[in-house]
Write a protein that binds this ligand. Structure first.
Ligand code: C5P
Length: 226
C-alpha cells in the first residue's frame, strides 16, 4: 500500500495463545493461530508504523520490519506489554489469553494417582492485559483496541466489553459463522467504538488487516470519524 497513515507511530500488538504451566511438562492453552495479530502487524508496518509483536507460542514467520517479543504465560505477556508502554501510541490486543492459570505450578511432574479416577485442578484468574493497559493514566495510556469473539448478539456484547474494559475500539467477530475467525484464513468483523459501529465484509485476514489499520488510523487521529 502507498498510504503511510501510521508513519512515525508506535503500534504494539499481542497475538497468539498463552501457555499456562501445570507442571514442568504440561500446560493449559488454546488453538489460537496468531494469524490475525500477525496480519495486523504486517499491515501496520506497511502503513509506516514501528511495530512490536508480543506473542505467545505460534509457528508463524515474523513479518519483515516487525520487532517480535516471545512470551509464554499471560503474566509474561502482561509484563512485556507494560515494559516501555509510554512509547506506545496504539495497543492492539489480538492475543487469546488464557482466562485462568494453575493456582500453583507443581515443581515436579504430576503423577497419575493409582486408584483415583479423578483429579481436580485449582485455577485462578489471569490478569486482563488489555484492560490493564486501558486503565493506565492518560500520560501513559495508548489508543487501546481489543477483540471480541462472540457466537451471538455480537454487537451488544462488544459494546458491553468496550465500556467494561474502557477501550477505544473493539474488533468484534462472530465465531459461530462457518469459515471465519479462530484458526481460519478468512474473517469478517464489526468495528465497535463508543459512538460508531461499522461492519467490514468477509475477506482474507491479510486484506481485512489492511482495512482495519486504515479505519483504526482514522479513528485514532479523529475520534469523530464515522
Ligand atoms: O474478555 P474477553 O477475553 O472476551 O476479551 C477479549 C479481548 O481482551 C481481546 O482483545 C483479548 O486479547 C483481551 N484479553 C486480554 N487479557 C486477558 C483476556 C482477554 O488482553 N486476560
Amino acid at each position: 500500500p502507498t498510504s503511510q497513515s501510521l508513519q512515525g507511530k508506535t503500534v504494539w500488538i499481542t497475538a497468539g495463545p498463552t501457555r499456562e504451566a501445570l507442571d514442568p511438562v504440561r500446560f493449559i492453552s488454546n488453538h489460537s493461530s496468531g494469524k490475525m495479530g500477525f496480519a495486523l502487524a504486517q499491515a501496520a508496518s506497511e502503513a509506516g508504523a514501528q511495530v512490536r509483536l508480543i506473542c505467545g507460542p505460534v509457528s508463524l514467520p515474523t513479518p519483515v520490519g516487525v520487532e517480535r517479543v516471545n512470551v509464554e504465560s499471560a503474566e509474561q505477556m502482561l509484563s512485556a506489554s507494560l515494559d516501555g508502554i509510554q512509547h506506545c501510541d496504539i495497543f492492539i490486543a489480538a492475543a487469546a489469553v488464557a482466562d485462568y492459570r494453575a493456582a500453583e505450578v507443581a515443581e515436579h511432574k504430576i503423577k497419575k494417582q493409582s486408584g483415583k479416577d479423578s483429579l481436580a485442578l485449582s485455577l485462578i484468574k489471569n490478569p486482563d492485559i488489555v484492560a490493564t493497559v486501558a486503565a493506565l493514566t492518560p500520560d501513559l495510556r495508548p489508543f487501546t483496541v481489543g477483540f471480541a469473539a462472540e457466537t451471538r448478539d455480537v454487537i451488544e456484547y462488544a459494546q458491553d466489553k468496550l465500556a467494561r474494559k474502557k477501550l477505544d475500539m473493539i474488533i468484534a467477530n462472530d465465531v459461530s459463522a462457518e469459515g471465519i475467525g479462530f484458526n481460519s484464513d478468512d474473517n469478517a468483523v464489526t468495528l465497535v467504538r463508543p459512538h460508531h459501529v461499522l461492519t467490514l465484509p468477509r475477506a482474507s485476514k491479510h486484506e481485512l488487516a489492511r482495512k482495519l489499520i486504515e479505519h483504526l488510523a482514522a479513528a485514532y487521529y479523529d475520534p469523530a470519524t464515522p
